[in-house]
Design a protein around this ligand. Structure first.
Ligand SMILES: [Fe+2]
Length: 420
């Protein structure tokens, strides 16, 4: 009997250990755009970066970040040629860019909030529904995924009186990045290439070390900044054959006026003048939009981005795509300014006090012309290129909830917006 129990215990240990080892060895792979083009990326706890199989040829992946500093995993990358036909890593196929992407999925603000006494039920997909956002998004068969920032939200321990997040990790470490982003996002990482945008939750006080190691479009250097986390990065551009994305890191753009910040962002808007239009500015914090009132004053616009953009904006910049406000918003303006789209309802606590924004409302000098706002509902947005459009100017924007019911439909035509 004792021998039987010992054998069972040994088997159990082997099985459990085996499961844990398999879990620890789990390999995450994806494709993302960066300043040099498209990159295959991987995160692994294996002893070295795995090779990639690219058009039938085995190529070594580069180690972009070695294990260290609460990250017992290595980040790997491999620049891919634009003409690459097939690529995989250890049998996992990589989704390669389509030459003319027509369906651009926009998700944002997806992590599970744990800060002080405020905590979502991170273990409950109805209270923190990012995995459902991913499931519904995959079913939409996007050609490209645009995450407009704020992936990392578990900053402090789960409060003892909150049953829905007990056992959750917290802080800037791999366990949080895995729970908040990589585990739930994995099916969507396999569905299409991504553009990763840095949110304020990826600044160096929150999840910035993980951002720098794993998702930053630029190279990682542990000797720079705070353990490799830099306060901000330069913009880069993505040519989508008919529309160009200008991706900005506005994670640390202040809500109050700061001349130094205006001087930092102005050239990033100015360089858009040289890009093939139409151009969409893609960055986390919206410019002329509101999320709430405090003491009777609207909040949620960004004065530094507004000043930088007004000084330098090119006419072919037709839209800004952002998150940060935990709702869906689409706005156009009576002044000749880009449309603002906000898709920040991907999983984190929703904004519940967005005031009714109406035609004629003035937000930091921009007068609202057309507007659609949907609050209190989790979801995602899809931008679809109009089938007969050769200019890149005409797109349909649809906001969905997590039953894939339509929340709003808007027609984008250059800087003109018309919503149902
Ligand atoms: Fe944010």
């Amino acid at each position: 009997m004792r021998k039987f129990i010992s054998a069972c215990a040994l088997l159990s240990t082997l099985l459990t250990g085996g499961v844990e080892a398999a879990e620890a060895d789990h390999l995450f792979v994806w494709v993302q755009y960066g300043p040099d083009g498209i990159e295959a990326r991987a995160v692994t706890s294996q002893a070295a970066c795995p090779p990639a199989l690219v058009d039938g040829v085995e190529l070594a992946m580069n180690e972009r970040s070695a294990p260290g500093d609460a990250y017992p995993v290595r980040g790997c990358s491999l620049l891919l040629k634009a003409a690459t036909q097939s690529a995989s890593v250890q049998g996992q196929a990589l989704p390669l860019p389509k030459p003319h992407p027509n369906r651009i999925l926009v998700i944002g603000d997806t992590g599970c909030r744990m800060k002080g006494a405020i905590a979502q039920g991170c273990n409950d997909p109805h209270d923190w529904p990012f995995s459902r956002t991913v499931e519904q998004s995959v079913a939409q068969k996007p050609d490209l995924v645009l995450h407009v920032g704020d992936m990392h939200y578990r900053e402090t321990p789960c409060p003892v009186d909150k049953s829905g997040c007990q056992g959750s990790p917290f802080g800037d470490n791999w366990d949080v990045w895995k729970a908040d982003f990589f585990d739930p996002a994995e099916p969507l990482l396999h569905a299409a290439p991504w553009v990763m945008v840095r949110g304020n939750h990826e600044d160096c006080r929150r999840g910035g070390k993980g951002w720098a190691r794993l998702l930053d479009p630029y190279a990682f250097d542990v000797t720079k900044g705070e353990a490799g986390c830099l306060p901000t990065s330069a913009s880069f551009n993505v040519d989508l054959q008919g529309v160009t994305l200008a991706v900005l890191d506005v994670s640390t753009a202040l809500d109050h006026e700061d001349t130094g910040q205006v001087d930092w962002y102005r050239p990033q808007f100015e360089q858009m003048k040289a890009l093939k239009g139409p151009v969409w500015g893609v960055f986390h914090r919206p410019v002329w939009a509101i999320e709430d009132y405090i003491n009777g004053s609207p909040i949620g616009d960004n004065p530094n981005l507004a000043r930088a953009a007004r000084d330098a904006l090119a006419p072919q910049v037709t839209a800004f795509i952002s998150g940060h406000h935990h709702a869906f918003e689409a706005l156009s303006y009576k002044e000749d300014l880009p449309i603002q789209v906000i898709s920040g309802h991907g999983g984190d606590e929703l904004a519940m006090h967005v005031p009714p924004i109406t035609t004629g409302m003035v937000i930091n000098g921009a007068t609202v012309d057309e507007v659609a706002i949907r609050t209190g509902t989790f979801g995602y947005s899809m931008l679809e290129r109009a089938p007969d459009d050769a200019t890149g100017l005409h797109w349909k924007l649809t906001a969905y909830d997590l039953e894939s019911r339509v929340l709003a439909i808007c027609d984008l035509n250059g800087r003109k917006l018309a919503c149902q």
